[in-house]
Design a protein around this ligand. Structure first.
Ligand SMILES: Nc1ncnc2c1ncn2[C@@H]1O[C@H](COP(=O)(O)OP(=O)(O)O)[C@@H](O)[C@H]1O
Ligand SMILES: [Mg+2]
Length: 302
């Protein structure tokens, strides 16, 4: 089993500095580690991107741990590795499924805030926008694209107190689009805002932080649970996972994350799913333990 990390953009022989600790912990846990050049992949050159990885004689499984990439780039990587007998355990469809919220929404619907979306080409159509927002009435909403929010610009580019105030929606949307720039992922999702249990305000951006956890699932089982934020006092017990584990069994991906948050009334909701290959570990996470557990679960499934 190999784990593929991104190389340093300035030196393709070195791992990206932000993943150095993960790279070392993965190797110490017994994984083979290799480097890919993400910049070349994104330029559309997967052969060059993986040229430092020796082709395998027999099929070998691999996972990627690194920066997020668009599904089209993941597909390039997946296909190119496959030609070298290296199979990412997550196929193209599974990657898209957990990376884009509208894809996973049907599976998590019962446990996550109500969500509607518009594709990029429909964003300038004010009738479609108004229709999409009707289901929220005058309730508050939050805005993000199919993958990411601008949560640290909470009031300017994320939160709208009244979904029927179209001018306000347009203003927040414009700011969001400006901040995303060319990085926009497919379109916009609008989500019912749910009051979450307040943890603290972010020390830099001031964004309200709530009690959130990130759970890594491997082959349908929760293998690692971590406090999502590096700040704030998580004095409560972690969420009961049994209902969420049942949802996890329906998710079409062997390796994904589920972010859970506690609401003001004490219930737990799913905030979003993510592909676990590109889901970050918070700074305080026990990375050594993460890779030790991953190795144990991989070995049990191979
Ligand atoms: N529907 C919601 N209601 C209230 N707060 C939310 C909602 N969705 C997300 N949040 C808050 O906003 C943050 C960012 O949202 P999220 O969907 O996780 O975006 P990102 O992909 O940028 O992390 C979450 O960590 C959570 O604190
Ligand atoms: Mg998030």
């Amino acid at each position: 089993m190999r784990i593929l990390f991104c190389s340093d953009p300035m030196n393709r022989r070195e791992v990206d500095a932000d993943y150095r600790e993960e790279y070392e912990c993965a190797r110490n846990a017994g994984f083979k580690v290799d480097l890919i050049n993400l910049e070349e992949l994104i330029e559309g050159n997967p052969v060059r991107a993986i040229r430092s990885i020796p082709a395998a004689d027999n099929v070998e499984r691999a996972i990627y741990r690194g920066w997020m990439m668009k599904p089209m780039h993941y597909e390039l990587l997946y296909e190119c590795l496959k030609r070298n007998n290296i199979m990412l355990i997550t196929d193209n469809l599974a990657y898209r499924n957990c990376h884009h919220l509208p894809e996973s929404y049907p599976v998590i619907k019962e446990y996550t805030p109500g969500t509607v979306w518009l594709h990029e080409e429909d964003l300038n159509d004010s009738i479609k926008l108004e229709q999409a927002l009707q289901c929220f009435g005058q309730s508050p909403i939050m805005i993000k694209d199919f993958v990411k929010s601008q949560k640290h610009h909470w009031h300017e580019a994320c939160f709208v107190p009244d979904a029927s105030d179209l001018n306000h929606v347009q203003r927040v949307l414009e700011k969001f689009l400006e901040l995303q720039g060319t990085g926009l992922n497919e379109g916009i999702v609008f989500r019912a805002y749910v009051k979450l249990a307040h943890l603290t305000d972010h020390s830099i951006s001031g964004m309200p932080l709530s009690k959130e956890y990130r759970v890594f699932y491997f082959e349908g089982q929760p293998i690692f649970l971590v406090n999502y934020w590096d700040e704030g006092k998580y004095d409560e017990t972690a969420p009961q996972l049994s209902a969420f584990n049942q949802v996890a069994e329906q998710v079409n991906s062997p390796f994904f994350t589920m972010d859970l948050a506690q609401t003001d009334s004490g219930d737990w909701i799913i905030v979003e799913l993510g592909d676990a290959q590109v889901s970050g570990l918070p700074d305080h996470a026990d990375i050594e333990n993460f890779y030790t557990l991953l190795k144990r679960f991989f070995s049990a499934h191979s």
